[in-house]
Design a protein around this ligand. Structure first.
Ligand SMILES: C[S@@+](CC[C@H](N)C(=O)[O-])C[C@H]1O[C@@H](n2cnc3c(N)ncnc32)[C@H](O)[C@@H]1O
Length: 384
């Protein structure tokens, strides 16, 4: 059923209240922006996964759509279909994550901001509302998304500078910026972002050396480096891709059980996903391109094992049911992947199970080093 959307302001106020109650919105400036920007105009439709593995398109001018678009929900807004099937090309980030990031960005009235990952333009609209059109720059690698965002933003009265291209190169023609915020994940910090940020300025991005392995980091630009800490709470964005179109799914390694080594492990196979820092620590040893998933008799039954593989042909499969606290492990290929994860878990335990906020990153043109507690403290790993 379609409803008049004239009452969207009430919905936007309710969203602001919800974010405040959840502790994700604390400043009057960003509350005002959430209440003023019509998310449903920038996200007129979104895609919802169905139980059959397909997608259903929802119109946000319907009652259901309007309620959802003004809730703390990430919305899939663009899909692409290729050899790997249908994958997500863009989404409108969870509003609570956006406000957390915008507040962490600590913008002041005179600041000029670069956003990498325009998507729907909603985040750019929040920034333009707060700072004015002339101080907001946003880039996306997908030309058609930028075109659509430009038209929708104009219709609701915002005209930030939008650009098409690989945001990993920044936006040199409009640099320097006081703040750079990326709404996609990078394996390491592009040096161009550091160069294009004023000394004393801030870069806020999701950094993930491998799939799912990492979180938000907030760096301050110094003369010769950018340095700062990870945010205390885990967050995940889609990966940055250097060209338009979906990300390629890494080829899977065949798990040849006839050449496997078998043993048991006391480490619960769910650990890397329930303790994301273990996965982050493990990623430095596993390398950048990792595949993982679950196996089972068929999709109607619960999975029986989890598996992981890397491009060098290494793989591990770990049973999900342990007996006497021991899980069966099969490993094949040149490296013992589950051992690398066990080592990462041991290291995290030895360090006293630190949370994200104790990790930090120093970026220079030569190296990107992850550390614990202090820049010259315990060295955790290097981003490449
Ligand atoms: C989570 S969405 C961004 C959401 C957006 N900020 C909004 O408010 O709707 C991530 C976006 O990053 C874009 N992206 C991926 N790689 C990129 C790149 N190299 N440069 C710029 N944008 C990129 C994607 O096309 C996608 O639109």
């Amino acid at each position: 059923m379609t409803t008049a959307v004239t009452d969207w302001h009430d919905h936007a106020h309710r969203l602001a209240d919800e974010l405040e109650q959840a502790g994700k919105l604390t400043t009057p400036e960003w509350r005002q922006a959430i209440c003023a920007v019509p998310r449903h105009e920038l996200v007129p439709t979104y895609h919802q996964p169905t139980s059959e593995g397909t997608w259903r398109e929802i119109d946000t001018s319907t009652d259901e759509g309007l309620r959802t678009v003004y809730s703390n929900t990430v919305l899939v807004t663009a899909l692409t279909t290729g050899t790997a099937g249908t994958t997500v090309l863009s989404s409108s980030t969870q509003p609570g994550l956006m406000t957390r990031m915008l507040e962490a960005l600590d913008v002041h009235d005179e600041h000029r901001v670069l956003e990498v990952g325009t998507g729907t333009g909603y985040n750019a609209a929040l920034l333009a509302h707060r700072l004015g059109d002339e101080r907001v720059f946003s880039i996306d690698v997908e030309p058609h998304l930028v075109e659509i965002a430009r038209n929708r933003l104009a219709r609701v009265g915002y005209h930030p500078t939008l650009a098409v291209g690989d945001g990993a190169a920044g936006l040199a023609e409009h640099a320097p910026f006081d703040r750079v915020i990326a709404t996609c994940a990078v394996p390491s910090i592009p040096w161009s972002w550091v160069e294009q940020t004023q000394p004393g300025g801030v870069i806020l991005t999701d950094v993930k050396p491998a799939l799912g392995a990492g979180s938000l980091v907030r760096l301050t630009r110094h003369d010769d480096r950018a340095e700062g800490r990870f945010d205390a709470t885990y967050a995940a964005f889609m990966d940055l891709r250097h060209h338009p179109g979906g990300n390629l799914t890494p080829a899977r390694t065949e798990r040849d059980h006839s050449h496997a080594e078998h043993r048991t492990s006391p480490l619960d196979p769910r650990t890397p996903w329930t303790s994301m820092i273990v996965w982050f620590l493990a990623s430095f040893a596993l390398g950048r391109t990792i595949s993982f998933g679950y196996t089972g008799a068929d999709t109607t039954q619960p999975p029986t094992a989890s598996w992981i593989s890397t491009l060098d042909g290494s793989w591990a499969e770990i049973s999900l049911t342990g007996e006497g606290g021991q899980y069966t492990v099969a490993e094949g290929g040149p490296r013992r992947l589950w051992s690398l994860i066990e080592n990462a878990h041991q290291r995290w335990t030895d360090l006293g199970t630190p949370g994200w906020g104790r990790f930090g990153l120093t970026v220079t043109p030569e190296r990107q080093l992850v550390w614990l507690d202090e820049p010259h403290g315990e060295s955790i790993g290097e981003l490449t």
